[in-house]
Design a protein around this ligand. Structure first.
Ligand code: ACO
Length: 430
């Protein structure tokens, strides 16, 4: 019994042969299936897993999620404790370095990030080239990618110092690019970073500073923004992080990889969901229309944005924190009426068999958009803020990957197209 504990015995019914493959950390290696063949020249058995629903692509020490019970931990620390007691930059340090910083390390880290928030003036001109109604996410994807042209040494992945500089620059410049994209979209001159302010406070400054000599963020809204960034900082192998890893596996520089990750985040099934939630709540319009919306979702005519998750099959722990945070923000901003529609939607959905059966619960995006809206952030900026928050997570995974042994990411396919056929000249095709 004990001898076979960590192995799996597979019988191939095509040949009658039996194989024993090791089981490590609850997984079999797909490459161990390759030995299973029907004849000598057979390529060997592949595993087929569209959308990677049951495939672990990496061994990672960054973030732990138990989606069945709603646990999220960064480097072992529960998200609830980090949201309560930490700051975004401290969490960024934790994710990238593996441990919480001591006071000296934190001071240096905050200093380094704060002193790299400015972007090259030429990058500003790049931003100016976008059409006035360009979506800020489109602008962000392009300008993050463009950063690689300003820092060609970013390709020197083996140089620890160069690597550190790219890490600092990416985290520091993301909010500047994000805020500049917004200012461009409303035709206002850019507000430069203010080094006296916190990371979140400076972001609000770059969004809203107009003629005042010094912008002073409201401390509640500044803290709310910081907590939202913490909640979005990492989520293990999600679509954008997987993109970051896939691009980086070719040894591309981290700016190009982060541009790809930002693009992956843009879609409404991933980071774009917070924007989509707000549009959905706006469309529903009032609490009495909620049952109709639920019915549409059940009939497959409406995807309830902010509901459901590939990993969480219970309440997303981040959604709980955001829900509490919403009430603190409303004390300052006044209540956003969309919250009533959201609460009613959640109430009805959580009692409905369709949602119970499919384990569909609110995810982080369900309430985050309502807070952002209350703070005064325009809907088109929601995903941009998500990208700013997720940047340390992308970097932590990139850094983890290139610090160890890795290979070019390159999945296999099951070819289902035509077998060989000969070219037919145009005049002979029917
Ligand atoms: N509204 C209504 N029905 C849903 C929803 C939803 N939001 N999500 C899933 N379902 C249903 C599907 O129709 C399907 O039903 P079926 O079995 O009758 O066909 C079943 O639940 C399973 O859904 P899948 O799409 O197969 O689940 P998957 O794990 O692929 O999807 C996803 C996860 C993409 C997040 C999905 O739940 C969704 O689209 N949600 C809305 C978008 C969203 O909020 N995205 C943010 C995710 S969190 C983040 O990225 C930060």
């Amino acid at each position: 019994m004990t001898e076979n504990q960590d192995t799996l015995t597979i019988t191939d019914n095509r040949t009658g042969r039996t194989y024993e493959v090791p089981v490590t950390d609850g997984a079999v290696r797909a490459m161990d299936l390759r030995q299973i063949k029907t004849h000598e020249s057979d390529f060997g058995l592949l595993s087929y897993d569209p959308a990677f629903k049951n495939t672990a692509n990496v061994r990672s020490r960054v973030t732990y999620i138990d989606g069945d019970v709603g646990i999220l931990r960064y480097r072992g620390y529960p998200i609830e404790q980090l949201a309560e007691s930490s700051s975004f930059l401290e969490v960024a340090y934790l994710l990238i370095n593996g441990d919480l910083p001591d006071a000296g390390q934190l001071d240096q880290w905050v200093y380094d990030i704060t002193h790299h928030t400015f972007i090259h003036e030429n990058l500003k001109q790049f931003m100016d080239g976008f059409h006035h109604d360009a979506h800020p996410m489109g602008m962000l994807v392009s300008t993050v990618g463009a950063l690689s042209t300003f820092y060609p040494e970013a390709k020197d992945l083996d140089e620890a110092e160069a690597r550190y500089m790219q890490i600092v620059r990416l985290i520091a410049k993301m909010p500047t690019l994000a805020a500049f994209a917004y200012r461009h979209s409303i035709g206002m001159r850019y507000a430069y970073p203010d080094n006296d302010l916190s990371f979140a406070g400076n972001f609000l400054n770059m969004m809203w500073k107009t003629t005042e000599l010094k912008y002073e963020p409201d401390p509640v809204l500044e803290r709310a923004m910081d907590v939202l960034l913490i909640l979005h900082a990492d989520h293990e192998q999600n679509c954008s992080t997987t993109t970051m890893r896939a691009i980086s596996s070719s040894d591309a520089d981290p700016y190009s990889a982060a541009a790809g990750a930002t693009a992956a985040l843009y879609g409404p099934k991933h980071g774009g969901a917070n924007e989509a939630v707000l549009r959905m709540l706006d469309r529903i319009g009032s609490v009495d229309k909620v049952p109709e919306a639920i019915q549409d979702a059940k009939d497959g005519e409406l995807r309830l944005m902010g509901f459901g998750h590939r990993v969480y099959k219970t309440y997303d722990p981040r959604a709980k924190i955001v829900q509490q945070l919403a009430h603190e923000v409303f004390e300052v901003t006044g209540k956003n009426p969309l919250i009533d529609i959201a609460v009613e939607l959640e109430r009805i959905a959580l009692e409905d068999e369709y949602f119970i059966e499919r384990k569909l619960y609110p995810n982080v995006d369900f309430y985050s958009g309502i807070i952002l809206k209350a703070i005064g952030i325009p809907t088109s900026m929601f995903t941009v803020i998500f990208a700013t928050g997720r940047t340390p997570g992308w970097i932590a995974h990139w850094n983890e990957m290139i610090s160890g042994a890795y290979k070019l990411g390159r999945p296999r396919q099951l070819y289902t197209g035509a077998t060989k056929r000969d070219f037919v000249p145009l005049n002979q095709r029917t």
